[in-house]
Design a protein around this ligand. Structure first.
Ligand code: FAD
Length: 473
């Protein structure tokens, strides 16, 4: 379906784009174009219903800045919407084009420009796994990375992600200091480069590619540590949760992951469920090898068992417990039963009580998947251990999903709503006005990922009636 308001690109424009990128790197129809118009929006039944049929008019894969400049210049001159795309593993339809136009796949612009002194500088399409694997022999590692690190790109992570493995020690991407510098390309007939340093990078961070095309990212790294993976199991929820909170809050234990999985979530993980007994709640940990024996002894003293230990190895290879945490947990649940979906929650200090309230109110509909982190930037909480997570929701109806989110708010549980592709509706209100003002400067014709930033105007000719409405629109 071509979204109302935009006609397909003319044959002259297609010819001009082909001349820039080559015939192999342009897709103008068929299943290939549909694939390039999608991400992991289908995690949400709401997004599936509203945006599952949106398709670009064409997609181009670019490999260097010179090509990108030419493509952007052409698109700007002809007022063609542009949706930047990395590996398209985003969950909120961030790289689904709402208004057709051109998808620009930047995954081929993937050089690591420099990796030294604890800082990586990379082109937008550099994969996080490549960066981690090149950093580690030099004594460095990513401060945090998403569970999709094997595929996902550095610009996609800062453009649409938030944090992940490592956030228990270093917080999310929004923590001051982690992102050092961005370079972005403006969308004009003569594109310019704008450099944003340190706090200024927040003008582009998590803006879904609406206010500049990221052409270079600089991230600070952390000293590399040898991570041992542990599975901790318990039949009782409260002692297991207490132990997870104790390890999460113990500054003397080096750690990269503290994920808590309510029974029966562990049964969804087909490739690894032989590692632990059935019917147990689980903690998946990554701790420094130097601390691992002591953590195991503490778990056993707390009445828990440690049925699986995976020693540090490099390069990392399966099984990796992180492949079952963060939003991979939802993926494994969906493989088991397509009725599972999710919310993204930040709990209060009274999280034990909040869990009880939620279980009582929605029996059988919620399963707790928790991720402990240092701070929760979306909630404005910094430098303290926070209990958040991605609870699974057994989907009944949109009305019920809305009711769950509303009840969460009522009892003080923060929700970053994942069932919308609008930046404003995703629980994202920190410093948002500076993102809007950058859009005016970097994208004067409002061509970048139109519709995702509600505060920005739509491009000329775009039909406002084609904008989707979500749970709280
Ligand atoms: P894409 O999905 O391609 O893009 C994301 C956004 O960035 C889009 O809006 C896109 O337009 C924009 N963008 C891409 N490139 C550029 C550019 N050069 N300039 C400007 N904008 C650009 N996220 C987390 O934060 N933590 C997790 O642990 C996590 N786990 C996940 C697990 C699963 C199974 C799935 C499906 C998703 C998960 N995600 C997670 C979401 C997503 O995988 C990550 O955020 C990932 O880093 C996105 O990278 P990408 O290259 O796939 O980006």
């Amino acid at each position: 379906m071509q979204t109302p308001g935009f006609t397909p690109l003319s044959s002259d424009l297609i010819a001009a784009l082909t001349a820039i990128v080559g015939t192999e790197q342009i897709t103008t129809g068929g299943p290939g174009l549909e694939t390039l118009s999608k991400d992991f929006y289908w995690y949400s039944p709401v997004l599936t219903d509203r945006i599952g049929d949106r398709v670009a008019a064409a997609a181009v894969k670019i490999t260097d800045l010179a090509q990108l400049r030419q493509v952007v210049s052409l698109a700007a001159a002809h007022h063609i919407p542009i949706t930047p795309r990395g590996a398209a593993t985003g969950n909120y339809g961030q790289s689904v084009p709402l208004y057709g136009g051109l998808v620009i796949d930047l995954s081929g612009m993937d050089k690591i420009i420099d990796l030294s002194d604890g800082v990586v500088t990379a082109e937008p399409g550099a994969r996080l796994s490549t960066i981690e694997n090149q950093a580690r022999p030099l004594g460095w590692e990513l401060r945090c990375y998403p569970s999709t690190w094997v595929k996902s790109t550095i610009a996609g992570f800062v453009g649409g992600g938030s944090g992940g493995i490592g956030s228990i020690t270093h917080g999310g991407l929004r923590e001051p200091g982690t992102i050092k510098r961005f370079k972005i390309l403006t969308v004009e007939a003569e594109p310019k480069i704008i450099t944003l340093e340190e706090a200024e990078t927040m003008r582009v961070f998590h803006a879904y590619g609406t206010n500049g095309i990221i052409i270079e990212v600089q991230l600070r790294l952390a000293p590399a540590r040898p991570w041992q993976q542990l599975v901790v199991a318990g039949l009782e929820w409260d002692p297991l949760l207490d132990f997870a909170a104790e390890i999460a809050g113990d500054a003397d234990v080096g750690k990269r992951l503290v994920s808590v999985l309510e029974n029966p979530i562990g049964s969804f993980f087909a490739p690894i469920k032989r590692f632990y007994p059935t019917g147990h709640h689980l903690i998946f940990l990554e701790v420094d090898e130097a601390n691992a024996d002591a953590v195991v002894a503490r778990a056993e003293a707390a009445g828990l068992t440690v049925p699986k230990r995976i020693p540090y190895h490099f390069p990392r290879k399966p099984p990796m417990l992180s492949d079952y945490t963060w939003n991979h947990t939802t993926l494994w649940a969906l493989k088991t039963d397509p009725k599972w979906t999710y919310v993204q929650s930040g709990f209060g200090d009274n999280y034990r009580e909040q869990f009880k309230l939620l279980h009582a109110k929605f029996p059988g509909e919620l399963l707790f998947h928790l991720e402990f982190t240092r701070g929760n930037a979306k909630m404005g909480v910094h430098n303290v251990i926070a209990c958040g997570g991605i609870p699974l929701v057994h989907f009944k109806s949109e009305a019920r999903l809305r009711e769950i989110i509303e009840y969460c708010t009522e009892i003080g549980v923060f929700t970053a709503n994942p069932h919308t592709c609008f930046i404003e509706e995703g629980g994202r209100d920190l410093g948002y006005d500076v993102q809007v003002s950058l859009k005016a400067e970097a994208d004067p014709h409002s061509l970048l990922n139109p519709g995702k930033m509600k505060a920005a105007p739509l491009p000329a000719g775009a039909d406002p009636a084609a904008l989707p409405r979500f749970l709280f629109t």
